[in-house]
Structures are given as C-alpha cells and as structure tokens.
Design a protein around this ligand. Structure first.
Ligand code: KIV
Length: 243
C-alpha cells in the first residue's frame, strides 16, 4: 500500500507550497505554539490562535485535506469539544485531531459527522517530559487497547508519536485505521513531520526528525547580504528605482 504523507503548516505561504506538492494531509498542529509563536510548549495555545492559523492554511491550500489540532483547553468536556470542533469545520478544516484516549468526546464528534484524527503515544499537551512511550509491556498493551478502541469508534487516521517501532507495527497490523508515525518506525501506514523541523527552521533536534534543508542559514545569508548592500549603498540599484 502507498504510504501516507502528512506535514504541518501554519501560514498561507507554506500552505500554498505544500498544496502544490500534494500530500495526503496538512496538519495545523498545536506545535504552532513553539515553532511560530515562541511559546515554551503546546500547553498555553488558545482556540483563537489556532483558528487564526487554520484560516490562513485553508486559504493557501484549497486542494488539501486540512486537519485542525484541538488545543488543550478546547475539549475539556464533550459539549465544549463539539462547539470548538464545529468552529474549525466552519472555517474550512476537514477534520480535527484530538490527543489521547478521549473516547466519549471522539464518539460525539464522529456522531456529528466531524472526522477525527487520533493521537497516541507521546502526548505533548499532557506529557511531563518528552520520552518514548510504551517501552514496558503494560504501557505497550494500554496503547494497543486504546488504539483498538479508537479504531472501533471510526477515527480517520491515528498518529503514533514516539513509540517503539515493534509496537507501532503491532498496532498498525491490529487496526483498520491508517497509522501515521512520528518517531514510530517504518511500519506505520504513513509519516508526519513538523514543517519547521523538516526545513531547519526550528531548534528541535530529536531522533525522530530528518532535516531536509537549512532554511535558517538561507534566511540569515539573504538578510546579511541585504544589510551589507544597504550599508554600502548598493541597494536600491537603478533597477529598483522609479524615475
Ligand atoms: O502539533 C503537531 O505538530 C503534532 C505532530 C507532531 C503530530 O501533533
């Protein structure tokens, strides 16, 4: 089976580029908090901040399936979750993502025709420290059971973050829902990376990341050249000047 590709985006220009590449899903992840807004973690990001960025991504990626990540305080009970998921759908998201084994909430959203992406393993919204999950047998069994329950509820895809590769493979074989891994090995049905990590814009250097280019250096070089040109009066040249 063809592997699924998911990548995050948070703004109009990057959504436009990714839309042209054509991937299976664009995730407006709450990783927005650290990568773009400079927050220390995902725990403080608000619905308003997420809505603002989902709107921009929707504008930039008219041909893509866009997933809105539900921020931590947006689904503290079933009715709040439904209200906030509807706000994302109303501005053009195609699905919402919910971290953890929130069965009642997920059931309610699906009953209201809102497609849901699950997320198990490392859960950054509640994790005290970032580490591999499911290394001991009891914890691995718990994650497998939760994945099976989410599968039975009818979620559209399941993100597995930072779990041992053998466990991700076992889950992927045990459920019908496609699994999308990040730090979960090659046997998931697809892979997701955070755009800022993939292009070298973030400072995060986790084992699960592959950095494909170094945008930070490219920006630094361009701005340094601009500065030099301005100081040495090379810019604006005749070609940039109106007469
Ligand atoms: O917020 C995010 O970007 C995510 C991905 C790491 C899956 O949840």
């Amino acid at each position: 089976m063809k592997k699924l590709v998911m990548v995050t985006a948070y703004d109009y220009p990057s959504a436009k580029i990714i839309d042209k590449v054509s991937v299976d899903y664009i995730l407006v992840g709450d990783s927005l908090a650290m990568t773009i807004l400079g927050h220390p973690d995902t725990k403080s990001i608000t619905m308003d901040e997420m809505l603002h960025h989902v709107k921009a991504v929707v504008k930039g990626a008219p041909n893509s399936k866009i997933i809105a990540d539900m921020p931590i305080n947006s689904y503290t009970n079933v009715s709040l979750a439904l209200k906030n998921a509807k706000r994302f759908m109303a501005i053009g998201a195609h699905a919402v993502k919910i971290e953890g084994a929130k069965f009642q909430i997920i059931k309610k959203l699906i009953a209201n025709h809102i497609p849901v992406i699950g997320h198990l393993g490392l859960l950054p919204q509640t994790a005290e420290k970032y580490s591999v999950q499911g290394r001991d047998a009891k914890e691995a069994q718990q994650i497998l059971l939760e994945a099976q329950k989410l599968d039975s509820l009818g979620i559209n895809a399941l993100i597995l973050e930072c779990v041992p590769a053998y466990l991700a493979k076992k889950i992927s074989n045990a459920i019908n829902t496609p699994t999308i891994g990040i730090g979960a090995g090659i046997d998931c049905d697809g892979q997701v990376l955070v755009l800022a990590d993939l292009i070298g814009l973030s400072d995060f250097k986790g084992k699960m990341i592959k950095q494909y280019t170094d945008v930070k250096s490219i920006i630094k070089k361009a701005v340094t050249e601009f500065k030099t040109d301005v100081i040495s009066k090379k810019f604006p040249g005749k070609e940039n000047t109106f007469v």
